[in-house]
Design a protein around this ligand. Structure first.
Ligand code: IMP
Length: 196
C-alpha cells in the first residue's frame, strides 16, 4: 500500500519518509490543492478530518493516509492557543505574529515564565479503519523570546529539563524530545502493521 501524507509541508514529508523507510507521497501530487475545513475542537478531530477527507477523495483502497495536527497550550491562559496555534494572531497570520502575540499575552499575566506543552496528533486512515496517536512535549513558555532556531513558538519555549529555549537548542535535541517525534514513534508500528 502507498503512503499519502495529508500535508504539503516539506519538513513533515521528510520526517515521515525517514521514519517509514518507504516512499511517501504528498496528497497534492495526486489531488492537487485542496481546501480542507478543520473545524473540530480537538487536535485529534482535526487530524482525522484531514486524513478522512483525503482518503475519501483518493477513491482507492491502495492508500494509507497520514495527517497530523499540532499546537501549543498554556494552562494559565485556559489552554490557549491550542488548536488555534496556527492562526492565533488572526487568519493568515505569520509564525512570528503568532509568537509575539503569545509573548504579549503571557506578559500581560504578570509572569516571566509559566508551564506549557506542545501536542501532536497523528491520524492514520486506511481500508482497515482509523487510528490516532498523540505525543506531548512539556516545558515552560517565557514572556520573551530567545534564539532563532526551530519555528513557530520555539523561541519562547523551554523544554522540561533544559535551560535554553528551542530557539537556542540544536535541532537534533528537538528531534529527540518533540511532541511530533513521540507521536511518530507510536505511529510507526501501526503503519508497519497496515503495510503487511
Ligand atoms: P499545524 O500542525 O501544521 O497545523 O501547525 C500548528 C501550529 O502550531 C504551527 O503553525 C505552529 O505555530 C505551532 N506548532 C506546532 N508544532 C510546533 C513546534 O514544534 N514548534 C513551534 N511551533 C509549533
Amino acid at each position: 500500500m502507498k503512503i499519502v501524507l495529508a500535508t504539503g509541508n516539506k519538513g513533515k514529508l521528510r520526517e515521515f519518509t525517514q521514519m517509514c523507510d518507504t516512499e511517501v507521497i504528498a496528497f497534492s501530487e495526486i489531488l492537487g490543492e485542496l481546501d480542507i475545513v478543520e473545524d473540530a475542537d480537538t487536535f485529534k478531530g482535526n487530524a482525522l478530518i484531514k486524513a478522512r477527507t483525503i482518503y475519501e477523495k483518493l477513491e482507492s483502497e491502495d492508500y494509507i493516509v497520514i495527517s497530523d495536527d499540532s499546537g501549543i497550550s498554556v494552562p494559565i491562559l485556559g489552554g490557549v492557543p491550542g488548536i488555534y496555534s496556527a492562526r492565533y494572531a488572526g487568519e493568515g497570520a505569520s509564525d512570528k505574529e503568532n509568537l509575539y502575540k503569545l509573548v504579549e499575552v503571557v506578559k500581560s499575566k504578570g509572569v516571566n515564565r509559566t508551564p506549557a506543552y506542545y501536542t501532536a496528533a497523528i491520524a492514520i486512515v486506511s481500508k482497515y479503519g482509523e487510528y490516532v496517536v498523540h505525543g506531548w512535549m512539556h516545558g515552560d513558555v517565557l514572556s520573551t523570546t530567545r534564539g532563532e532556531k526551530g519555528f513557530g513558538y520555539d523561541p519562547m519555549f523551554v523544554p522540561a529539563g533544559y535551560d535554553l529555549t528551542l530557539g537556542e537548542l540544536d535541532d537534533d535535541i528537538k528531534k529527540s524530545i518533540s511532541h511530533r517525534a513521540k507521536a511518530l514513534v507510536l505511529a510507526k508500528p501501526i503503519i508497519e502493521m497496515l503495510q503487511r
